[in-house]
Structures are given as structure tokens and as C-alpha cells.
Write a protein that binds this ligand. Structure first.
Ligand code: HEM
Length: 304
């Protein structure tokens, strides 16, 4: 009988691996399957229940009630920060540890739910995915914000406010020039951003990365993450540049702000995905070769 290097019989190791693989697969299918079912139910409840009144979106016992956010303190060099404006803003206001270190996944879920009025399903999905990506236990594990920058885990190329990891290793703060390009490109009322603006800017970012980054990658899951992130800005912030400006540039929650989604059960994945799909399907760069055929030699990506 063949053995492994530690002289454990190969058959035993292989058997245990197959069993543990099957258990892990079943548990993943069950966990995510349940989240999808629960999310559908919460979406239905949102359709029936009255929306929260302005000023009452953040729960009474949570920081930020009636737009009164804890003080913003810019990060120090020793603080850990991520490529995510949503998490960095929580740390900059001390809603999670200002150091950005040793944050439990469970605590992140609660902070996200209360601060941004995400549905329990959506609030759980983000830290749950991060815990699995980092091979840590969801219930007992912790993370530093910088940990989620692992390239091609959740972090991906052609982001809206960060240069690609191949060019800028430090993903912990927004690149103001990029963020400003997005913030000044809105074609909605008062220059606010629309789903079409997010599609166009995403298209430009992907085209730029394809040209400028020899290591450019963009998998389906990262396309979905990217469009979901844009959809958060279109729903939770309603695309309003006045609020997105401090949030994307300084990673600060605007004074007096509260989430624009006032659904009683919070922003569900189902609702978010409707906007994310609209944004992703409008990304011209993904069909540039086919479009060339329709448009002759005209450039595909054009800014207004
Ligand atoms: C534990 C929860 C979360 C994790 C692990 C996480 C992780 C990440 C990561 C790794 C990125 C970088 C993606 C890229 O390369 O573009 C990112 C981007 C982003 N996140 Fe989060 N995030 C979380 C929660 C949130 C929340 C609560 C919000 C908003 C309320 C948010 C909004 C965004 C946005 C808008 C971006 C896009 C930034 C850009 O394109 O430059 N995230 N997030």
C-alpha cells in the first residue's frame, strides 16, 4: 500500500479528504442557499411593510442615529485600512476599531447592518465571504482591514477608486484623481451618478487596465463584485455626488447622512442585484470586439 511522507496510509488521507470536502461543499450550498431564500422573503416583506421614516433609518441604539455620526478621525500610518471605502469609513468613525485591526466578522456584520441599512442577509454575506477567503472561522475569527486586500480574493483589477494592484501595492486609500473622475462624470440631476454613468466609468477602467496592466485579470465573480459595489453607490447613496464625495475621497460618512434605502428589512441582495445587473450589462468594454463590427473603426469607449 502506498503511504504519504508521514507514513499515514494514502487511502486514509484520501478518504478523509473526500469526506471533509463533501461536508464542506454541502455546508457551503446550505449556507448560501439559505441566504438566498431568506433574502427573497425579506424582499417580499419590504414590499409589504411601510418604509422607515427619514431620521429613523439607523437603529436607536446604534451610532449615526438621526445622522449623528461619531467623530471622523483620519487614519494614522499604523492603522490598517482596506481597498473598501465602506469598511474604512466604519473604522475612521470608530464604529469598528479605529486601528482597523482584530475586527471580528460578526462585529463587522452588525456594524454594516446598522450603519448602511443592509438586510441581515447582505450584511452577513460580505464578512462571511471574507472569512472563507481568509480561511478563518466566521463565528470566532477576526481580521485586519488590510487582509481583505488579498489580490483576486475580493480585491480585483479595474476598481473605480484604486489603481490595479500590479501598479499600486498599497490599496488602503482612495486615489483621489480616479475618485474625482467618477464624481465629476455624473449625468443625472445636479451631476449625480446614474447606472449608465457607472457602466461607462467601469468600461473605461476595464479598457484602461486591459491596455496598461500586463497582469490584468477579470473573472466573472469579480465582474459581479465590481457591479455590486457600483450598485451600492446607486442605492445606499442614490448616486448623490454630494454624499459620495466625502465617502470616496476621505472615507468619511457625511454629516447628517443616513442610508437612502429606507426599506424596513434593509437593502436586500435581490434589490441590489437588479441595479448591479443593469450596470454590468451596460459595460461596453466587455463586447468591444462585437461592437467594432457594428461601428466600423470608431473607438468604443467614449466619454460624454
Ligand atoms: C466585511 C465586509 C466587506 C468586505 C470584506 C469588503 C471588501 C471589499 C474589497 C476587497 C474591495 C475592493 C474591490 C476592488 O478591488 O475594487 C471593496 C470595494 C468596495 N466596497 Fe467593500 N467590503 C465590505 C463591505 C462593504 C460595505 C458595507 C460597503 C458599502 C456600504 C462597501 C462598498 C464598497 C465599494 C463601493 C467598493 C468599490 C471601491 C472601488 O471600486 O474603488 N463594502 N470592498
Amino acid at each position: 500500500m502506498s503511504t504519504t511522507s508521514s507514513s499515514t496510509p494514502f487511502v486514509l488521507v484520501a478518504f478523509l479528504r473526500i469526506v471533509s470536502g463533501a461536508v464542506s461543499l454541502l455546508s457551503t450550498v446550505f449556507t448560501y442557499g439559505w441566504i438566498v431564500i431568506e433574502d427573497g422573503l425579506l424582499t417580499l416583506l419590504n414590499l409589504i411593510l411601510p418604509r422607515l421614516k427619514p431620521g429613523y433609518v439607523v437603529p436607536e441604539d446604534a451610532p449615526g442615529r438621526s445622522g449623528l455620526w461619531p467623530e471622523y478621525v483620519a487614519p494614522q500610518q499604523s492603522d490598517s485600512r482596506s481597498p473598501c471605502p465602506g469598511l474604512n469609513a466604519l473604522a475612521n468613525h470608530g464604529i469598528i476599531a479605529h486601528s482597523g485591526r482584530g475586527i471580528s466578522f460578526v462585529e463587522a456584520e452588525k456594524a454594516i447592518r446598522h450603519t448602511y441599512n443592509f438586510a441581515p442577509t447582505f450584511s452577513k454575506l460580505l464578512p462571511l465571504y471574507a472569512s472563507q477567503m481568509l480561511c478563518r472561522d466566521y463565528k470566532t475569527g477576526t481580521f485586519d482591514l488590510a487582509d481583505v486586500a488579498a489580490h483576486n480574493g475580493i480585491e480585483h483589477d479595474a476598481s473605480l477608486t484604486r489603481d490595479d494592484a500590479a501598479h499600486t501595492i498599497n490599496q488602503s486609500s482612495s486615489q483621489h484623481a480616479l475618485a474625482l473622475e467618477l464624481l465629476t462624470g455624473g449625468t443625472g440631476t445636479c451631476g449625480d451618478l446614474t447606472p449608465a454613468d457607472f457602466s461607462r466609468f467601469t468600461s473605461e477602467r476595464r479598457a484602461h487596465s486591459r491596455r496598461a496592466n500586463a497582469q490584468y485579470t477579470m473573472s466573472t465573480i469579480h465582474r459581479l463584485f465590481a457591479s455590486a459595489n457600483s450598485a451600492i453607490m446607486m442605492t445606499t447613496f442614490e448616486g448623490r455626488v454630494k454624499d459620495l464625495n466625502p465617502w470616496l475621497i476621505d472615507e468619511r460618512i457625511p454629516e447628517g447622512w443616513e442610508p437612502r434605502v429606507r426599506d424596513r428589512m434593509g437593502l436586500t441582495l435581490t434589490k441590489l442585484n437588479l441595479t448591479a445587473t443593469r450596470i454590468e450589462l451596460g459595460v461596453e468594454e466587455e463586447v468591444r470586439d462585437q461592437l467594432k463590427w457594428f461601428r466600423g473603426s470608431k473607438p468604443i469607449v467614449q466619454r460624454k
